[in-house]
Write a protein that binds this ligand. Sequence first.
Ligand code: F3S
Length: 415
Amino acid sequence: MLDGKQGRARQRAMELLVQYGEALGAKRFIDTNNVHLLIGFHPYPEMVTTRDADELASKFLLDSEEKIIIDSIKAFNTTHIWAIDLERWQMMEAPEELHELMEMIRQYCIRTGVSITATCTPYQVGNIPMKGEHCAWTESSAVPFCNAVLGARTNTETAHSAFAIALTGKVPLSGFHIDENRFGTHLIHVEFDLENVFEWNMLGYFAGEMAQLGIPVYQLRGQRKPNLSMLKGLNAAGASSGGIQMYHIIGITPEAPSREVAFGYKKPIETLHYSKEERRQTYESLNSARDEKVDLINLGCPHYSLEQLREVSRLLNGKKVHENVHLWIWTAHQLKDIADRNGYTDLITKAGGHLLTDTCPLNTNLLPKGTKTIATDAAKQAHYAPAIAEVGVWFGTMEECIDCAVTGKWHGGLK
Ligand code: F3S
């Protein structure tokens, strides 16, 4: 590839990967056939002056002034969120130019063999790598799902590295691809049962703050086991307050049949306790709003699961969203299709809410005009929104968020 025998595109991608691999200290490459790309979300749309997709991809993804034409992407792939809801972008009041840019990238993806899934939860829409499978995923909340929940292997890739890896099917052997780097570092005793997504969000947020780039090993005391929606919350929260990319839950996740195995028969570097006191402190740090009047209720971070869509639609059944409030619920468009067929979307829209797909307003910063306070059931939103969107945030349960959507006021609190 490096000598150009497989074309200029693979040559350029390999040049970048060699530099990347050297920076990581990798001794060799390994094969991958599973990449979660970041291609439809452009972080600086105002910098894009071209309407030539090949030129754009060459400049921004291959770091090349020379226009490189790509015939096809080698590896199986999915795509992370895009910059707008590709169908309901006008409802989001997204600018026409952004829609045009997305349309151009969409055509490029179709031509080159990129699978447009447009979600931060590829594992909810058919990208479920096997235990031990080497992958290259973007998106901080998806990476721990790949590593910890599925037992597959990925580092947190960038838009650029993932693109080069997808083009070549090669990933540097480093980080979480290597057995020794997957063992636990911090033991966390969870002192009480975690009953819902809200509680798992807070545990993840606590763990991220304490372990930062470490690998927490959770020892559950209670009987309750997490489900997909709960682990989704745990992953996103831990990757927000810290940089958790891998963790173990003893007796639950695939590489932790016992504490000893989870730690690779070594001692934890730190032992922590998550009791009601740590829970209270975490809750307080996540609530930055002061005004009980809320402008936007933003749910679906990471993109809501089918279970959450069903639950939220039932909570909204027969209710009306307050006239001063926007209710935005985010999911993957593949799951929206199921929600449409089952009447969940109808219940949400009849109540005055919107079920949206493909993006999330935090990344695009396309909040309804005048939004000062938002309510959410996601620690990740509560963590980033104050800085990114300059809003106050109430963090609570899905039930509290729906109560807020109906009354226009926040009545939540730690029970
Ligand atoms: Fe997904 Fe956006 Fe949250 S990308 S994880 S909904 S911040």
